[in-house]
Design a protein. Structure first.
Length: 255
């Protein structure tokens, strides 16, 4: 596959796998699991989003986003953006992406070619889709902040943190937010307080995802041992544990 499988996304029935240190994207057929295309020549790709048949690729070092056709895989354009661009999501008009160097949220409109900066409070760390709305997750001191990108409304959860938070998750089943913090998985309950629902005793809590009414975690033990996949219910009860590949850093669900 290459050096460091950073992220992946299913687009048009194919899996786009972003291989960071190899500077490439492998596009995999979901039936055969064989590669149908390898896109090379990227600097240090990170994450991808798709809007109106175009795939947008963020990058650690390239000072630009690279845009490909989702069907033909051809290079279509680039978007200049100085610094490390990271998480990205798209709604029906805008492609949003986080700039880690400037700690900003940016939006690009493919029709007008307008590039806008969106004011946020604190340091951004994730973009999350809540139903049909995109939220930016950020932190400031011990406060966790969630801002609705479309409406501009935001929630501040004071004293929710005691260290830097990781990936943010929204659960459609119970309407609650979850996030990683160190080796803990925490949940923001209906009262707006942050509760720990699962603690990893050893290893490294490296990835988390919610699929339906279950939570999937990855314990990336080290660079030698295989990781452990942990399946939880929405209250943090362990349902199952299985071995997975080394340094498992994400989950994709094929329906």
């Amino acid at each position: 596959m290459g050096d460091v499988l950073q992220s992946g996304k299913i687009i048009n029935g194919r899996i786009w796998l972003v291989v960071n240190n190899s500077g490439k994207i492998e596009i995999i057929d979901t039936n055969s699991f064989k590669s149908v295309k390898t896109i090379t020549g990227l600097r240090s790709p990170r994450f991808i989003s798709e809007l109106n048949g175009l795939v947008y690729v963020t990058d650690l070092y390239a000072d630009k986003l690279t845009v490909f056709d989702a069907t033909t895989f051809e290079l279509k354009s680039t978007i200049s953006e100085s610094g490390w661009t990271e998480k990205t999501l798209a709604d029906d008009q805008w492609v949003y992406f986080i700039n880690k160097d400037s700690n900003t949220l940016n939006g690009f409109n493919p029709v007008s070619k307008l590039l806008k900066r969106i004011s946020i409070l604190g340091i951004p760390f994730d973009l999350v889709r809540k139903n049909d709305e995109i939220h930016i997750a950020s932190y400031s001191g011990d406060s966790l902040i969630l801002k609705n990108v479309g409406s501009g409304s935001q929630q501040i959860f004071a004293h929710a943190l005691n260290s830097v938070p990781g990936g943010m998750l929204f659960c459609k089943t119970n309407g609650l937010w979850y996030f990683k913090m160190g080796n803990n998985l925490r949940r923001i309950n209906a009262a707006g307080t942050s509760d720990m629902i699962y603690q990893l005793k050893s290893g490294s809590l490296y990835a988390a995802n919610i699929i339906g009414d279950e939570i999937y975690l990855s314990n990336a033990k080290d660079y030698v041992q295989n990781s452990e996949m942990i399946r939880l219910d929405l209250d943090g009860k362990v349902l199952d544990k299985r071995e997975s590949g080394r340094i498992t850093n994400g989950f994709l669900w094929l329906e």
